[in-house]
Design a protein around this ligand. Structure first.
Ligand code: BMA
Length: 374
């Protein structure tokens, strides 16, 4: 069934307000939170507003990491994505990682060339798609990976002995973000999601490897430097903790309402933590926090790795989980190869179910979000 576009639904909502004289005035809702950047580009501010309305209307953008760059059995082909091969359309949202950009090389930590990532982002924007970028940042103390948990945050925040090094890294990040620019000079809006899963201790910026105050200082400095010093006005800032058990735990490292545009969550379906049971409970908590902070919620990373046993996972598990919360988007992780995949691909056990999933009115692919920057 053809799904109504964002513009069409906005029109219906507006048209519905025209008979206001016949009604009692409703209790005022809290004003939608403005984008954290007062100088955000028009397209960036509209994207946030439209993500909010989309979620409120019970619809969710489907996202897939690296979807148009590689998949199972292919890499670098033009006009291809495992998602598109199955349902005929790209994901509404595609995710990318700029980890290793700080060292000034040509490729990210997974060997994906930054030139190729930029090309795929510009192609997606030209078709009307949305971009999110994460940053598996090198450990600035050791030069090791993001998973090298040697404490480092205190040394790169203002006052730290490696602060100048970190500023240089942000200059490279800003250079890449600024290069996401169309031929007409429009900066592509980016849902920027640095220092993710910090409520776990898997990364050097995570709980146990830095204090909450240090994390907040890092987040705020990063945002202010990119926005105010480097003039990146195409960013929406996405805060994405790992699985947590309480509101206090979710907000323990909260940088402040002025520093976050979207509340996120990273949570994978595993035998140790099930999306169908634990996930639904956690979504209720997130729904509550999102309402309190008056910010949209997004399910920023999820998936079941190498799914060969659950053919109905998309409609039977993921769809049911996000039915319990208005999620602006849900993103499943990359299809690297047959030993590390999260999205569907032709011939996988959940292929048919994925078609059903994206055919529901709730789940949006790229063609369904025409007008999301307007
Ligand atoms: C992880 C895995 C890693 C990868 C990283 C950044 O979850 O997919 O293989 O290096 O994301 O893309």
């Amino acid at each position: 069934m053809k799904k109504p576009s964002v513009i069409f639904l906005s029109f219906i909502l507006l048209a519905g307000c025209s008979d206001i004289a016949d009604r009692d005035f409703p209790t005022p809702e809290p004003a939608p939170a403005a984008v954290t950047d007062p100088q955000a580009t028009v397209q960036t501010a509209r994207l946030l507003a439209n993500l909010r309305t989309t979620a409120e209307s019970g619809r969710t953008l489907f996202g897939h990491q690296c979807s148009s760059l590689y998949g199972i059995g292919w890499s670098g082909d033009s006009d291809r994505s495992d998602v598109k091969s199955i349902c005929g359309d790209y994901p509404a949202l595609m995710g990318w990682d700029i980890g290793a950009i700080e060292s000034g090389g040509d490729s990210n930590l997974d060997g994906d060339r930054f030139d190729d990532i930029r090309m795929r982002i510009l192609e997606s924007y030209a078709r009307g798609g949305v971009t999110t970028i994460g940053w598996h940042t090198t450990n600035p103390v050791t030069g090791g990976t993001a998973w090298d948990t040697t404490p480092a945050v205190a040394r790169i925040i203002p006052g730290g002995d490696l602060h100048d090094l970190y500023r240089g890294w942000l200059d490279r990040v800003a250079g890449f973000l600024a290069s996401l620019c169309t031929a007409d000079g429009v900066a592509v809006p980016v849902l920027f999601r640095p220092f993710h899963e910090h409520t776990g201790n898997g990364f050097w910026w995570g709980k146990g490897n830095c204090t909450a105050a240090e994390y907040v200082s890092l987040w705020r400095f990063t945002l202010e430097y990119l926005r105010d010093v480097r003039g990146c006005h195409n960013l929406l800032w996405v805060y994405s903790p790992d699985i947590v058990g309480s509101q206090d735990a979710y907000l323990e490292f909260w940088p402040g309402d002025e520093y976050v545009d979207i509340l996120g969550l990273d949570a994978y379906d595993r035998t140790s933590w099930s999306l169908a049971t634990d996930g639904v409970r956690l979504m209720r908590l997130l729904r509550h926090i999102s309402h309190l902070r008056n910010k949209p919620f997004a399910f920023t990373e999820t998936g079941i790795e190498n799914n060969t046993a659950q053919p109905a996972w998309w409609t039977g598990t993921l769809l049911k989980t996000i039915e319990s919360i208005p999620a602006a988007y849900v993103l499943v992780w990359r299809n690297k190869d047959s030993n590390h995949f999260f999205g569907p691909y032709p011939g996988c056990v959940s292929e048919e179910d994925f078609r059903k999933f994206v055919a529901t009115d709730r789940i949006l692919t790229e063609k369904d979000i025409a007008g999301i920057y307007e």
